[in-house]
Design a binder for this molecule. Structure first.
Ligand SMILES: *[C@@H]1O[C@H](CO)[C@@H](O)[C@H](O)[C@H]1NC(C)=O
Ligand SMILES: *[C@@H]1O[C@H](CO)[C@@H](O)[C@H](O)[C@H]1NC(C)=O
Length: 287
């Protein structure tokens, strides 16, 4: 599973770096309905798109910073030797590896209720969902409030008892970008400046390398790009990835790094689909 982060926490999931980059080529660009977020970024899209950065020697000459804390300790210890092996692979492929770097205030950054991430996400979720729903031509629901009512009125269909809708209800109680949300935005900006941005610049890095998927918050709160590549399986068969994150508009470098790493390691195994009843066509398409 490969994820490319573009804005916020939208991670298209694909089988390979090449597939993910093809998705990126389709989703980037100016969108008048998402004017603010996409206008500034659009001029950084390289002519000819991102496929040109699928470079099998993309690690050569790159400077990578390894941040272990707190990501490594949340993974099963059986992956530790695999992770060390991958760091050696990065070196062998020609990258300079700076190990054991730390992000300032990392425990705040990875806690969404402390960093401001959750506060803003709740308010934006309501705003943008309502904005989307209100323009639909035909729909059983036209707002978040409608969805909450629909779930209440259709508990069997929506498994409302089983899953609840606490997040919807909490989001519905928000009221746009007010004082609290503005403070949350400012806090995330400050945390990013003093944390990830400083780490990248002080160490002159092309990418930050972290085990697992825990670094998504580090990247999301500042709107930084990242890509996660399969890195192996723990003793219980649980897959884990290695995440490469970079400063804004450095997608070309991240793709070069991720593609070379993927081609050198090829850790992904197609998931065993034994528990499904499969038609031959389904097997063919998903293998
Ligand atoms: C890692 O997996 C093994 C085997 O299932 C288990 O005994 C161990 O407690 C796990 N370690 C952690 C930190 O969860
Ligand atoms: C984060 O850490 C730095 C350095 O340790 C500190 O100066 C700063 O005030 C902290 N807080 C935020 C919100 O960045």
């Amino acid at each position: 599973m490969v994820g490319v982060l573009e804005l916020g926490k939208e991670w298209p999931v694909a089988r390979t770096v090449s597939d993910a980059v093809r998705v990126l080529d389709v989703i980037v660009g100016f969108d008048p309905r998402d004017h603010e977020a996409t206008q500034r970024a659009a001029k950084f899209i390289p002519a000819g798109g991102y496929k040109q950065f699928l470079n099998p020697n993309g690690l050569k000459g790159k400077r990578l910073g390894i941040v272990r804390n707190p990501f490594l300790k949340s993974l099963n210890e059986s992956i530790f030797p695999i992770f060390e092996h991958h760091l050696n692979t990065l070196r062998e492929r020609g990258a300079a590896v700076v190990d054991n770097l730390e992000i300032a205030n990392i425990s705040t950054i990875v806690n969404p209720s402390q960093s401001g991430e959750l506060t803003l996400m709740m308010a934006e979720f309501k705003l943008f969902l309502n904005d989307y729903l209100k323009d639909l031509l035909t729909s059983p629901v036209w707002s978040l409030a409608d969805i909450i009512a629909f779930n209440k009125n259709n508990p069997d269909l929506e498994k409302t008892e089983e899953y609840g809708q606490d997040t919807f209800i909490a989001a519905e109680k928000t009221n746009g970008i007010g004082e609290k949300e503005t403070k949350a935005i400012e806090l995330m900006e400050k945390l990013s400046q003093n944390g990830f941005e400083k780490l990248m610049k002080e160490n002159n890095l092309d990418a930050m390398v972290t085990p697992g998927s825990g670094a998504t918050s580090v990247l999301a709160i500042g709107g930084y790009p990242g890509i996660t590549v399969p890195a192996g399986y723990d003793i219980n068969g649980m897959p884990f990835g290695i995440c490469f994150g970079g400063l804004k508009y450095t997608e070309p470098k991240l793709i070069e790094i991720a593609y070379d790493f993927e081609q050198a390691t090829m850790m992904r195994k197609p998931p065993p689909l034994v528990s499904f009843q499969m038609t031959p066509e389904f097997l063919f398409e998903s293998s």
